[in-house]
Design a protein around this ligand. Structure first.
Ligand code: GDG
Length: 459
């Protein structure tokens, strides 16, 4: 039987013929295999909304890619405003940073409505839609209003909020209608599923059985699908670029602790730097030299909270380096720009430990990439926050409370003095875990679950 095409909707859309990056490649492969359409934001901004109308086809082979533009006002209200200054902090348990702006909330819904109109023109009977992330929470409801009865799936890449934080969202009453218009809601972890079920149950939805819910007349399902990486591709990149650590010119015996994160307040960077400072001042053997290399490409710099975090980090780096540096050693090396993916793979491999210490994170792919990049004969140690989604799977890592710099400092010490056999056995378990749910598993499992839903029109 013809499966129908796959239609992927995501905020960003790859424009190159052979895109890179785990998620993008996985979706690219799924679309190539099945045939379909990818729809996303062009990243181009036009002056007024009139100029922003319509979809532009940017590729036809091996599958069609269409993009839409945003006007300046839409970019501000939809992307910088509601998505990244309201939803992002709420979903990362930072209601203290949440902006309330009725105009931005309205623009967010209007953009979703406009995009739904564009998608409705492309959809054919039998197509399956897969919508990604918090930019498009109201999209299925807007599509249903336009009479689209196809299966529509959603995947949320970030955590589901704590139900107790939800009253901070002025549009919370709309949320059950938004969510229940999808047929399948994929979340990263069991903890997210339980938060979503609790929130919906408290807001008028009925739990039928095992993740199946009913709201108004619609039934829908919520389940976890922990996202993974292309393990083999990462192993190969790390082996091929194993010498990229040489760029660092570390002195003999110097230990390397690595951090790789978008510059975001959810990633716990100030706490991490403080913990590293604490490790250095309490290390038992002052002869041990450990350098923290933090790679943090900037993101969303037009949102105020992101400028604040940048400043905070620069202050802490200055303080720790000012206190601890020696003529031939800078304890924290902080690179605020993007590093090539291949070089990154080699740096992971060279690192003795990797600090993945977010305060909240949907999954965190850096944790999985670091594991994949290790040399199994002499692997580095993953230090992982309880608050990363990855913690549900990677419990063979050294688990830490990122809010407690003393605990993280002790974990750094433990990682750098861990005996080889313990490093090897932890690494073996971690490898097994990342292979079990790699990126191919994720797309396959999610799409099979979505495909198994009955088309709403056939109910
Ligand atoms: C969201 C969720 C969830 C980072 N710096 C450089 C660079 N990176 C790459 C890493 C990794 C990716 O960016 C970051 O992925 P994360 O998963 O850590 O975080 P988010 O961007 O916040 O992603 C997250 C994810 O969606 C997937 O569902 O895991 O929880 O927040 O691949 O390697 N890549 C290069 N240079 C850098 O400087 N080339």
């Amino acid at each position: 039987m013809d499966q129908g095409r796959l239609i992927v909707v995501s905020n960003r859309i790859p424009t190159e013929a052979a895109p890179s990056g785990g998620l993008v490649v996985a979706l690219h492969d799924a679309l190539k295999e099945r045939g379909g359409v990818w729809i996303g934001n062009s990243g181009k901004r036009v002056a007024t909304q009139e100029e922003a109308q319509g979809l532009t086809r940017i590729a036809q082979e091996p599958y069609e890619r269409y993009c839409f533009d945003l006007s300046e006002e839409e970019h501000q209200g939809f992307y910088l405003g509601y998505a990244n200054a309201t939803l992002w902090p709420l979903f990362h348990h930072r209601t203290d940073l949440l902006a309330v702006d009725p105009d931005e909330a309205r623009i967010y819904r209007e953009v979703n409505d406009r995009v739904a109109g564009l998608i409705a023109e492309v959809v054919r009977p039998g197509d399956v839609l897969w919508v990604h992330d918090y930019h498009f929470l109201p999209l299925a409801e807007a599509l249903r209003r336009r009479g689209v009865t196809n299966r529509i799936g959603f995947f949320l890449h970030i955590p589901f909020p704590n139900p107790s934080d939800m009253p901070a969202l002025s549009e919370r009453k709309l949320m059950p209608g938004w969510l229940s218009s999808f047929d399948l809601i994929g979340l990263q972890t069991r903890r997210d599923v339980s938060n979503a079920l609790d929130f919906l149950r408290d807001n008028g939805a009925e739990l039928l059985l095992r993740g199946k819910m009913k709201f108004d007349s619609r039934t829908f399902e919520i389940a976890s699908f922990p996202i993974g990486i292309d393990v083999d591709a990462f192993v190969e990149a790390a082996e091929t670029h194993a010498d990229s650590g040489e760029h660092l010119r570390l002195s003999p015996g110097e230990r390397l602790v690595l951090g790789v994160d978008r510059l975001d307040y959810s990633k716990g960077l100030p706490q991490r730097f403080a913990a590293f400072g604490e490790y250095l001042s309490h290390r038992p053997d002052p002869q041990i030299r450990a350098t923290l290399l933090q790679i943090a490409p900037p993101s969303r710099e037009d949102v105020e909270a992101y400028r604040d975090i940048r400043q905070e980090l620069e202050t802490i780096t200055g303080r720790v380096n000012g206190e601890m540096a020696e003529l031939d050693w800078t304890p924290i090396r902080y690179i605020r720009r993007n590093i090539e993916r291949e070089i990154l793979a080699g740096l992971y491999r060279r690192a003795d430990a990797c600090l993945v210490t977010p305060l909240a994170d949907g999954m965190n792919l850096v944790a999985k990439e670091f594991v994949a990049a290790q040399d199994g004969a002499d692997p580095g140690v993953l230090i992982l926050s309880h608050f990363a989604g990855a913690a549900e799977q990677l419990d063979a890592a050294l688990m830490v409370n990122p809010y407690d710099p003393g605990e993280t400092a002790r974990a750094i010490d433990q990682a750098l003095s861990m005996p080889l056999h313990e490093r090897q056995s932890r690494h073996l378990s971690l490898m097994q875990a990342i292979r079990e749910t790699d990126i191919a598993w994720w797309t396959r499992t999610y799409l099979a679950a979505l495909q198994a839903k009955t088309e709403p029109s056939n109910d």
